[in-house]
Design a protein around this ligand. Structure first.
Ligand code: 5GP
Ligand code: ZN
Length: 116
């Protein structure tokens, strides 16, 4: 399990920065994004610090995606959206601003919900 001392998401996993937890298991943590693009906007991250898709280990990817349906269903149960987008940015040019791999889960509520 990798950890980076200057990574915001590693600090969130360690509980050094507070977050609104949506789901947790031994390998994965999910929490509400600080900036809610839509209601229930959630980030799913591996607890292991791996920068982006190019560094993501097979085992880490496998653990992460095993958890994704559980997180999606937790969001569904709490927020009752009518759809959900999953989004992942890799590299600054692609909009990545935190360099600890994460997937955005964006619940959708229909026209005018704030996300294209
Ligand atoms: P990216 O742009 O790298 O794909 O997404 C990073 C996301 O992390 C952004 O949507 C941003 O709002 C979120 N974020 C950055 N810092 C924090 C934080 O301290 N707490 C939480 N909950 N979200 C954060
Ligand atoms: Zn990290």
């Amino acid at each position: 399990m990798h950890k980076s001392d200057d990574c915001i998401f590693c600090k969130i996993v360690a509980g050094e920065i507070p977050s609104a937890k949506v789901y947790e298991d031994d390998e994965v943590y999910a929490f509400l994004d600080l900036s809610q693009v839509t209601k229930g906007h959630t980030l799913v991250i591996p607890k292991s610090h791996e920068k982006n898709v190019y560094e993501l280990k097979e085992e880490t990817a496998s653990n992460l995606f095993r958890a994704v349906p559980k997180v999606a269903n937790a969001i569904k149960a709490s927020f009752d959206p009518i759809g959900l987008n999953m989004l992942n940015n890799n590299g600054e040019a692609a909009g990545q601003s935190v360099f600890h791999f994460h997937i955005h889960l964006l619940p959708r509520y229909g026209k005018g919900d704030g996300f294209g």
